[in-house]
Design a protein around this ligand. Structure first.
Ligand code: OFO
Length: 168
């Protein structure tokens, strides 16, 4: 069984993953409204990924014989002001999520809860991938000219993201 503090930490992370999904949904809806169907598609798929992460935490807590509490979610932040701002928000969100995952890893280490430590390693790896992806997208936008990116370059990115393969 999980310790009560670990149960609480994992449940909080379950909620954080659900909030991440909501926030990707908001960004996806914004991008679609701006006419970037490909970028929007990418963000919708990512919202789905975050929901899968939420389910992984939920499943794990139940599998360890502990209780799950489905909490209220806080609303996503304000709409981005540009595509660059949109990907900045994505990056910041991922960095903050990485931080909370690392805190639970640290906690599992201190509690010598090796099953949880092992479970969390998938997320440690996943966060590296997500941060790298967000950074690469930001680089592409910067190379394309940042806030004043030539429409052509953004349209190209829009196309590319519309076709990117799904992940876990
Ligand atoms: Fe759940 O991986 Fe992003 O935040």
């Amino acid at each position: 069984r999980l310790s009560p503090t670990m149960n609480q930490a994992l449940n909080r992370q379950l909620t954080a993953e659900a909030e991440a999904a909501q926030s990707y949904l908001a960004l996806a809806a914004w991008a679609d409204d701006q006419g970037y169907a490909g970028i929007s598609n990418f963000l919708f798929r990512h919202a789905h990924e975050e929901r899968n992460h939420m389910m992984k935490f939920l499943r794990y807590i139940l599998d360890r014989g502990s209780k799950v509490k489905i909490d209220a979610l806080s609303a996503p932040g304000a709409d981005p002001t540009s595509i660059q701002d949109c990907f900045n928000k994505v990056f910041e969100q991922e960095v903050s999520n990485t931080d909370s995952i690392h805190k639970i890893v640290q906690q599992s280490f201190e509690e010598q809860d090796w099953a949880t430590w092992n479970f969390l390693q998938w997320f440690v790896k996943e966060q590296v991938e997500e941060e790298t992806l967000a950074l690469n997208l930001l680089d592409k936008i910067k190379i394309a000219g940042g806030e004043k990116a030539a429409n052509e370059a953004l349209l190209e990115l829009n196309q590319e993201l519309g076709h990117m393969p799904d992940e876990a």
